[in-house]
Design a binder for this molecule. Structure first.
Ligand code: HEM
Length: 151
């Protein structure tokens, strides 16, 4: 098998391959498995409900209306998990670390972000295996966004 065949799905950032206890194969992109666009819309709406009253995060968003920010996050996550590439079409290459540089993301800001995202994900009641897969990414990505250790 050539490298290309072996990694024919390498364009997808995260793919899931599982064998369940009853021996069934589960394979596919998380995007479809969790329920497509509706899931990501609900996740991000719930997340920004938390941000709206957060004393560390809310001041970072100059816009009165958080809905456009929720949509940017939603489109990014949809694309990341194998859904449509609308984020890239509208916003260009994600360059997320670079785009977060204007904001002070210290451990407290990271913790606040993670807390609201955890609440938002809990509210979606995903099967545990998809929840764990998605959470591993979100938690890691939040660490990657740290850009200062200062208070
Ligand atoms: C660790 C704490 C984080 C903080 C404090 C934070 C804060 C922010 C802020 C203030 C913005 C600008 C608001 C706007 O969209 O207009 C933003 C944008 C964004 N954030 Fe975060 N963020 C964090 C982590 C993350 C993570 C982990 C992801 C992805 C998994 C993410 C994805 C995005 C995306 C996609 C945008 C929009 C970028 C654009 O197209 O302009 N953020 N974030």
């Amino acid at each position: 098998m050539s490298d290309n065949e072996e990694f024919s799905d390498r364009e997808q950032v995260e793919t899931i391959r599982l064998v369940t206890q009853d021996g069934n194969n589960v394979a596919g992109d998380i995007y479809a498995l969790v329920g497509g666009k509706t899931f990501f819309v609900n996740l991000c709406a719930k997340f920004y409900e938390g941000v709206a009253s957060d004393e560390i995060l809310r001041p970072m968003y100059p816009e009165e209306d958080l809905a456009p920010a929720a949509e940017r996050l939603q489109l990014f996550l949809e694309q990341y998990w194998g859904g449509p590439k609308t984020y890239q079409e509208q916003r260009g290459h994600p360059q997320l670390r670079l785009r977060h540089m204007p904001f002070k993301i210290n451990p407290a800001a990271r913790a606040a972000w993670v807390k609201h995202m955890r609440n938002a994900l809990d509210a979606q009641n995903l099967p545990a295996i998809y929840d764990a897969q998605m959470w591993a990414y979100l938690d890691r990505a939040a660490t990657a966004m740290l850009n200062t250790m200062e208070d």
